[in-house]
Design a protein around this ligand. Structure first.
Ligand SMILES: CC(C)(COP(=O)(O)OP(=O)(O)OC[C@H]1O[C@@H](n2cnc3c(N)ncnc32)[C@H](O)[C@@H]1OP(=O)(O)O)[C@@H](O)C(=O)NCCC(=O)NCCS
Length: 200
């Protein structure tokens, strides 16, 4: 797994101590309102998913990272990459996802974390493009995609849940040209030299 740093955040590997925050992220109805069918996960489902977070990095070479706020040391949520098996028409592809606890919303942290993740992703030789799959009602996430400079590629339905989503995308070439250009985006680690981007 990797670590990335932005001005206010460290995106880092999971530790056992993060499990309660991960469970909170997956079981909070407000957080989950526009994810999947819009219903929160059970604690058992969240714990089972937590156990798969590290193995997914080993299997795919990417996955989710914990978002830690530098000033407080608090875990705000996660950002990361996955394969969107739930939307077969977009396969093969790599999806970026983001999820924060509500107390961290509204300060630009979601965009800051997502920009760092996309920047890392498109630097990987095996990833030509990153997509984002966003429920049409999820205004905050549409705004993040726009701020990242992602194009809206199509509107479609998730077969398993019968919900409408917009699919956004940004290619490595697009990102190099203008991705995140409207953001005050940096992965310079305020604590010193970069904390590394070695492959797992
Ligand atoms: C989506 C999420 C990560 C956003 O985090 P955040 O740190 O608040 O995001 P940012 O502050 O970087 O950007 C949010 C943008 O949405 C805007 N926004 C906030 N509420 C909004 C609303 N009700 N309607 C439209 N835009 C809204 C903000 O003003 C901001 O845009 P701006 O920078 O132009 O002002 C967070 O709300 C979340 O975790 N939601 C639940 C999980 C989720 O839906 N994940 C995504 C699944 S695709």
């Amino acid at each position: 797994m990797i670590s990335l740093a932005t001005p206010r955040l460290v995106l880092r590997p999971w530790t056992d101590a993060d499990m309660e925050t991960f469970v909170e992220l997956c079981t909070d109805p407000e957080v989950m309102a526009f994810i999947g069918d819009g219903s929160p996960r059970t604690r058992a489902e969240a714990e089972a998913r937590f156990a798969r977070l590290v193995p997914s990095w080993e299997a795919d070479g990417f996955g989710l990272l914990a978002i830690e706020e530098i000033d407080t040391g608090a875990v705000a949520g996660f950002v990361g990459l996955g394969v969107p098996d739930f939307l077969p028409e977009m396969l093969p592809s790599v999806e970026v996802g983001w999820r924060l606890l509500p107390s961290f919303w509204g300060r630009g942290l979601g965009t800051e974390a997502a920009a760092a993740m996309v920047d890392w992703a498109v630097g990987q030789p095996t990833i030509d493009e990153v997509i984002a799959i966003i429920r049409i009602e999820n205004s905050r996430s549409h705004r993040i995609a726009a701020k990242l400079g992602m194009d809206r590629r199509r509107r479609t339905i998730i077969p398993g849940h019968r919900v409408w989503v917009d699919v956004y995308g940004v290619s490595a070439a697009q990102w190099a040209q203008h991705g995140g250009a409207e953001l005050e985006f940096s992965t310079d680690d305020p604590r010193g030299p970069a904390s590394g981007d070695a492959r797992p």
